[in-house]
Design a protein around this ligand. Structure first.
Ligand code: THU
Length: 131
């Protein structure tokens, strides 16, 4: 079942609430990401930093990990915010990670689709053996 209406306020609240659990002792940028799935569930993720900096993973990566781990299915909308609820645009790596899960039509931050943020993306179709 695909929800007809995307409740962006609920998604934003979920992202801000999740951001409270973010582990960001270095940048101090606490990021929360929330996804609405095709079955109507909301799943969240946060950024997790590391003293080696380069091993930090973004909130969107945590989110996709949670979606897959929980068997939640594909996201149809994603909201990413800082700890104050300000929208944050996904970084380049996260755009690739999100479009893999949600496809080109995935709605991001109420303003864009994944395809708009990552035009001409490399997608599963580009691999000969993909399911
Ligand atoms: N960050 C995210 O969580 N998502 C993004 O799309 C961009 C950046 C995090 C990573 C790091 O913990 C902090 O924001 C500063 O870059």
């Amino acid at each position: 079942m695909v929800p007809v209406v995307i409740d962006w306020d609920a998604l934003k609240l979920a992202a801000v609430t999740a951001a409270e659990n973010s582990y960001a002792p270095y940048s101090k940028l606490h990021v929360g990401a929330a996804a609405l799935t095709a079955s109507g569930d909301i799943v969240t993720g946060v950024n997790v930093e590391n003293a080696s900096y380069g091993l930090t993973f973004c909130a969107e990566v945590s989110l996709v990990g949670a979606l897959v781990t929980q068997g939640s299915g594909r996201p149809i909308a994603v909201m990413v915010t800082d700890g104050d609820g300000n929208p944050l645009t996904p970084c380049g790596r996260c755009r690739q990670v999100l479009i893999e899960m949600g496809g080109p039509e995935l709605a991001i931050n109420e303003t864009h689709t994944a395809a708009e943020l990552l035009p001409d993306a490399f997608l599963p179709d580009d691999l000969p053996g993909a399911d």
